[in-house]
Design a protein around this ligand. Sequence first.
Ligand code: GAR
Length: 186
Amino acid sequence: MKTIAVFASGTGSNFAALTEFFGDERRGVRIAMLVCDHKDAPVVAKAHAANVPVFTLNYRDYANKAAAEAAIVAALPPVDLVVLAGFMRILGPTMLAAFPQRIVNLHPALLPSFPGRTGIEDALAYGVRVTGVTVHYVDAGVDSGTIIAQEPVRVLPTDSFATLAPRIHQVEHILLPTTVAALLAD
Ligand code: GAR
């Protein structure tokens, strides 16, 4: 059995997709912990409902990012992969050194286009007719690590955030679990 930790900050629809996908024990992957930087985020309740251990922290309780990340590293059980699924923070050297080439991130655009926190909005504002979803390794940059998997999503001329975002999320909910499963099967 392989193990993963999932980091998320908000709604947790991708966390839910991961728990559903890996809820099938035949896939051989267990979610060993959710790490969340907002104790009241909806994803925390989803983890409790799925019986996934939770570690929440408020970065403001720590002297700096390195101290906060040291607390995360200390709280984590041994895992094969760390999966950032809507974790809205840039990881620092402490986390990167603890899990070299073993952290992946989900991004709601076709990187290297539209990095950052507003990938869906930025693709819409630019007017691209195709955007999509990326899973990539995390490095010290912002959404700049090696790309592992991508899936395109068409943008309709009539799209707004309200109509495009659900189609992006639908694709994310398949691409992220299947990519994680493939990485852990290698
Ligand atoms: C997802 O769309 C994910 O791609 C995005 O946050 C959302 C989280 O949704 N991540 C980023 O924008 C990272 N730069 P969720 O909480 O419902 O899974």
